[in-house]
Design a protein around this ligand. Structure first.
Ligand code: IMP
Ligand code: MG
Length: 179
């Protein structure tokens, strides 16, 4: 499908699934190298947007690891509200863990700054951030984004887990707002 309509807006395809999967595999290869001697890391997937990325990424991970989920939200419609809410928390102890945060997209970075606060408060041993997408022109925070599968322009996109007001998450390709 080259175009999709969600609510009142039309989106056109911009990153095909093959390209997404290829880049995810490259990131997974890097993580496999970096974590080969680390004891049982915890992948903490940020719901809802990263469910598809988490599934694709973890299929390539070849060391013993745990996977859990946390839900944070800062978006309303097509713009960030600037306020991040923790909707569904991680309940097991984080103390001393090596955590890899799995995020769908880093835009303003508010969500990852909040995530970092949660991990610091939980006294993790080490935390790294792995994101499917990064908008470098929107991201102005100092926090290091360790693994990035794809860098994209500062446009609103949907698909591969990302939504426009809860629609569009199921598409295997990534679409950009058509103007
Ligand atoms: P940040 O806190 O501004 O970095 O925004 C991060 C969150 O906003 C992501 O986890 C997404 O859920 C959502 N988001 C940011 N940009 C987009 C986009 O282009 N499309 C859909 N959701 C987005
Ligand atoms: Mg997200």
């Amino acid at each position: 499908m080259d175009k999709i309509k969600l609510h009142d807006k039309t989106f056109r395809i911009c990153i095909p699934n093959e390209k997404i999967e290829e880049n995810i595999k490259n990131v997974a290869d890097q993580i496999n190298k970096d974590y080969k001697d680390v004891e049982r890391p915890l992948f903490l997937s940020v719901l809802s947007g990263s469910f598809m990325f988490t599934a694709s990424l973890l299929k390539h991970i070849n060391f013993d690891c745990e996977i859990s989920f946390i839900k944070l939200s800062s978006y309303c419609g097509t713009s960030s509200t600037g306020e991040v809410r923790q909707i569904l928390g991680y309940t097991k102890p984080l103390k001393g863990r090596n955590v890899i945060v799995v995020e769908d997209i880093v835009d303003s970075g508010d969500t990852m700054v909040e995530m970092n606060k949660i991990l610091t408060a939980g006294q993790v041993k080490d935390a790294r951030i792995c994101t499917l997408l990064l908008k470098p022109d929107a991201y102005k925070k100092d926090l290091k984004i360790d693994y990035v599968a794809l860098h994209i322009p500062n446009d609103f996109i949907v698909g591969f887990g990302l939504d426009y007001d809860e629609l569009g998450r199921q598409y295997k390709d990534i679409y950009v707002l058509d103007d």
